[in-house]
Write a protein that binds this ligand. Structure first.
Ligand SMILES: Nc1ncnc2c1ncn2[C@@H]1O[C@H](COP(=O)(O)OP(=O)(O)OP(=O)(O)O)[C@@H](O)[C@H]1O
Ligand SMILES: [Mg+2]
Length: 319
């Protein structure tokens, strides 16, 4: 059953189209990933879905509710974790959660019980009485998630939940999201970490320049990738020259130079290594390493979008 249905969703800023008529559906129980590079339109999309940005054109239905017309009603079913925290810097962790609970109309006693339960769940019990502004980035993100789930939403929206925070917090958040999903919460997240999407999501949409260029189950995406065989060779140098020689000798394979010492050979069929190694020998090259690469979502992403996976990671790291 679809919990979220999005049709022709568009956002224009003047002449500029940030999101260009996208269509997708999220099923109840999905962990749905929106994966794309900087400026792809991820935040714009999630903001339109959650009522933080106005929809220029198109429709969004959440559990049958028309979000464009009745966003307030739809928001009751949503947990929202924006990329920048929306909590109060002067209040401590407990007070922030209590305040959020009050906004959702929860009784004092219930709010307090739930706040402590959540603090425990996100690993912030010890920091409960510290002001939010004294939290590290990772702690802030964890508390923002706690605040987003205090009213047990049916669907949780997170914009880059693990970008720019420490490894430990990121791990904690991923585990938390998996547990939440297991207990029935549908999750919609954006990310530019390919690995994160692969690890967390059961469905992924690749978004580039405001358009969805591919959308499928993670399983299917990986299946497509893993039909291809890849072997990576590391030699002492002269990789460009070597690429030419290999191309001439084995035109049935595809090649990609990774760096000055590394080249990858791609094939739809099994790759016979001996003749390739002979070529290295004939050209007096020292072969340091030959390894089989198990294709990951990265390969699918690079193939479909033409965007270097390295670029995505660097962008993520910079934030
Ligand atoms: N208020 C605005 N006015 C004009 N252009 C905007 C505005 N907000 C976003 N954009 C543009 O829309 C495009 C999509 O931006 P968006 O923030 O949705 O990307 P993103 O995929 O979330 O990127 P990031 O990975 O950096 O978070 C970008 O080109 C951005 O410059
Ligand atoms: Mg963004």
């Amino acid at each position: 059953m679809n919990i979220l249905e999005v049709k022709n969703l568009t956002k224009r800023y003047g002449d500029f189209t940030a999101v260009a008529g996208i269509n997708f559906a999220v099923k109840k129980g999905d962990v749905f990933g929106f994966l794309g590079p900087n400026g792809a339109g991820k935040t714009t999309t999630i903001n339109m879905l959650t009522g933080l940005a106005k929809v220029t054109e198109g429709t969004v239905f959440l559990a049958g509710i028309d979000c464009v017309k009745h966003m307030k009603k739809a928001q009751e079913l949503m947990g929202i974790v924006p990329d920048e925290s929306n909590l109060y810097p002067e209040m401590n962790g407990l007070e922030n959660l209590d305040f959020c609970g009050a906004l959702y109309g929860m009784e004092k006693k219930e709010r307090n019980r739930k706040a402590w339960e959540l603090l425990e769940q996100v690993g912030l019990k010890e920091a409960a009485k510290k002001p939010f502004k004294a939290y590290s980035k990772g702690m802030k993100r964890r508390l923002t998630i706690a605040a987003g789930i205090i009213h047990n939403p049916d669907i949780l929206f997170l914009d880059e939940p693990t970008t720019g925070i420490d490894v430990e917090s990121a791990r904690h958040i991923r585990k938390l999201l998996i547990d939440l999903n297991k207990s029935g919460t549908t999750i919609f997240l954006t990310t530019h970490y390919i690995e994160e999407a692969e690890r967390l999501c059961n469905r992924i949409a690749f978004i580039v320049d405001g358009k969805i260029v591919k959308i499928d189950s993670t399983e299917k995406l990986l299946e497509t990738a893993q039909r291809e065989k890849i072997v990576q060779f590391s030699v002492d140098n002269c990789i460009l020259e070597l690429q030419g020689i290999l191309q001439q000798t084995f035109p049935e394979y595809k090649y990609k130079v990774i760096d000055e010492q590394t080249i990858r050979v791609y094939s739809a069929e099994a790759i016979d290594l001996i003749p390739i190694i002979e070529v290295f020998k004939d050209n007096s090259l020292t072969l340091y390493e030959a390894k089989v690469i198990k294709p990951s979502l990265e390969e699918v992403f690079v193939k479909i979008t033409g965007i270097e996976a390295k670029k995505m990671k660097n962008e993520g790291g910079k934030k």
